[in-house]
Design a protein around this ligand. Structure first.
Ligand code: ATP
Ligand code: MG
Length: 303
């Protein structure tokens, strides 16, 4: 698989505190990579390092297959970003604000109309930014990040502080970018629901550590696959299964089976019945994605 961003042992220490510890991000081409973690987990610090705004304490960053340390300028030419609240000239119009940036990038004038069109701000192009809602300002920020037609777009919590309709607007906008323009996107959020609705790939960061990284389907699967058995003697059944090489767990006097295919569940149940265990219930424990995320980020467990 081709990774647009790949970090190895990426680490940032502030004094004695590790804000980011040893992380190995792998962002596949054309994906919307949701970078998920609670407040203070290390998302912004990681993003700042990816954008060359902060020097790592340790580790390497490769973007487009090049080393950020060696080919910084070449790489950053093809990266767009929106980190924290962007600042604008409030007394200038949307178009005029973009014009100041256009000159820096040296892109053609008609690109301004193009990006305003992409973020659906064409109608208010000649309105002063001071009258813009937060959602409009965020969209203008994305327009600015798209000016130089980047191949990689890095957005740090772009929906922070927006109301539900503002969030939906940004979400729909971001979703179009990989398919229409072949972009790869890194979007951070502390809200699982947000990432769940937009991302195709997910990385979960907690206390500076990347504790999960896979496709969104994989995280959904992780949330579901738990079968709970209520039986006469869970402890004994657990030992019995263990002796057969089947891993299980006992919680609240229930026997829990993880990662088993349907036909294996049937086999295990039959095995227990054949060995005189009394089974009262076989249920799927519906753990929500939210619970899975919470569990991941509160337990120190590495998955
Ligand atoms: N410049 C700095 N100096 C010292 N500590 C810092 C600095 N920047 C970040 N930190 C610390 O690093 C840790 C990670 O912070 P970071 O801003 O990366 O988290 P985050 O995941 O972006 O959180 P949030 O969701 O609140 O934006 C925090 O403990 C923070 O206090
Ligand atoms: Mg942050």
């Amino acid at each position: 698989m081709e990774f647009i961003v790949e970090t190895k042992k990426l680490t940032k220490r502030f004094g004695n505190e590790y804000a980011v510890a040893d992380i190995a991000l792998q962002i596949p081409k054309g994906e919307i990579y949701g970078f998920l973690g609670p407040n203070g987990a290390g998302k912004t610090t990681t993003i700042r390092m990816l954008l060359g705004l902060m020097r790592p304490t340790n580790g390497s960053i490769s973007i487009f297959g090049k080393d950020l340390k060696k080919d910084r300028i070449d790489i950053l030419k093809k990266v767009g970003s929106l980190v924290e609240n962007p600042s604008y000239y409030p007394h200038l119009t949307a178009k005029e604000n973009l014009e100041t940036l256009r000159k820096i990038y040296g892109v053609s004038k008609n690109r301004i109309d193009e990006v305003l069109d992409i973020v659906r701000l064409k109608d208010v192009a000649d309105k002063k930014v001071k009258g813009f809602s937060l959602g409009m300002k965020q969209r203008l920020g994305i327009a600015a990040s798209l000016l130089h037609n980047p191949e990689l777009l890095i957005l740090d919590e772009p929906t922070n502080g927006l109301d539900p309709s503002g969030i939906i607007e940004i979400r729909n906008l971001i979703k179009r970018l990989p398919t229409e323009f072949g972009m790869t996107i890194l979007i951070s959020s502390h809200l699982l629901s947000e990432i769940d609705q937009i991302a195709t790939s997910v990385g979960v960061i907690s206390k500076g550590q990347l504790i999960f990284q896979d496709s969104i389907e994989a995280i959904r699967k992780l949330a579901q696959q738990k079968i709970s058995l209520k039986l006469d003697d869970s402890e004994k059944a657990w030992r019995f299964l263990l002796s057969k090489g089947i891993k299980a767990d006992v919680q609240n006097s229930r026997l829990l089976l993880f990662d088993q295919k349907d036909k294996d569940i049937a086999k295990i149940v039959k095995m227990l019945v054949d060995n005189d265990f009394l089974i009262y219930r076989v249920e799927e424990e519906k753990q929500s994605l939210e619970d899975t995320f919470l569990q991941m980020t509160t337990e120190e467990k590495v998955i």
